[in-house]
Design a binder for this molecule. Sequence first.
Ligand SMILES: [Zn+2]
Length: 178
Amino acid sequence: METEDDWMRPPPKLRYMKCNTVLNVPKAALDGTVALLRRVRQLESGVLWYGRRDQVGNCVVDYVVAPKQKMHWGNYLISTQALSQVVARLPEGSKPLAQIHSHPSTRVEHSNYDDRMIVTRRALSIVFPNYGHWTSPFPHGLGIHESQNDYWYLLDDATATQRVVITPAGNVKIEDFR
Ligand SMILES: [Zn+2]
């Protein structure tokens, strides 16, 4: 069976261009995501963040959902149908803001498999290590990726801290369809 670690990606040809917009993530959304990833024990799983994007491009997460999916120790698969079920229930104006998934180890860079599995390039892609058993200060130990120039850049911690901000308050709905 193909697992993610089988193929390393080539390095980017162009440099990452710093982005001035911020993805705001209520602490409840981060905690809820970790809980969803851990719940399936020793399986990779995918979680999606939805919310609002303002005219400038700053975003706020207000919905965390684990779609119906196939989960294995080394990869996961959300079908087009399962994704459509989630999208059909979204409130008007809700946008996909990040695609999250877990990895079995501390390696959190995208695999080639991940590059192919992305729902939308306008959202960030965040990889959690150790099937969601992560307790470091944000964003240390996470793989936060942004798509530019047809490449998913793994952001360093300083860049990720500016791009994704954890906020203490905020209403978040959390659902699990697995
Ligand atoms: Zn992956």
